[in-house]
Design a protein around this ligand. Sequence first.
Ligand SMILES: Cc1cc2nc3c(=O)[nH]c(=O)nc-3n(C[C@H](O)[C@H](O)[C@H](O)COP(=O)(O)O)c2cc1C
Length: 178
Amino acid sequence: MISTRFTERFGIKHPIVCAPMAFVTGGALAAAVCRAGGLGIVGGGYAGTLGGEPDLESELSRAKSGKFGVGFITWALARVPEMLTKALRHSPSCVFLSFGDPRPFAAEIRDAGAALICQVQFLSQIDVALEAGAAAIVVQGTEAGGHGGNRSTFPFVPEAADYLKIHSPRTLLVAAGA
Ligand SMILES: Cc1cc2nc3c(=O)[nH]c(=O)nc-3n(C[C@H](O)[C@H](O)[C@H](O)COP(=O)(O)O)c2cc1C
């Protein structure tokens, strides 16, 4: 078993996160990842603003085992912020925000007792994530599945690690885009 600051902070066995993939990571998958010792995060995706997304509350109900989280595409959540309130009623251990400014949602997440995880595509977004009080920052290289930015994972992750070491050494780092 590999023990890291991330496994300790999130109370999981293995330092593996199942990303909150829109349309893909439903409650059953998130629960399975949690049972296997990872961190499963239900994909809240576009927060229901796109037609055809699975019903988030039903998926969250299915995730009930383990320390599952929930994730949103932040710019979409900003259109329907009440979706965060609804999701937090399911007591996720963390909220994973990506693609947009997490700061408007940070206080509600913190007050609900959930950890904030921010996914970034550029170094300049790290400061915003730190300002929002992110417990962990997911550094997403362009090799990541789904959508993302244009920094390559291999140079981007160590650069972000060096930045965090100087500016916020307690903040955890996760790499995305293998
Ligand atoms: C099908 C698919 C959908 C995704 N949807 C989201 C999403 O809704 N929100 C998000 O933050 N990231 C999303 N991602 C990106 C993941 O958060 C993560 O960066 C990516 O899966 C890492 O790439 P890897 O699994 O290839 O290492 C998605 C990825 C895939 C493959």
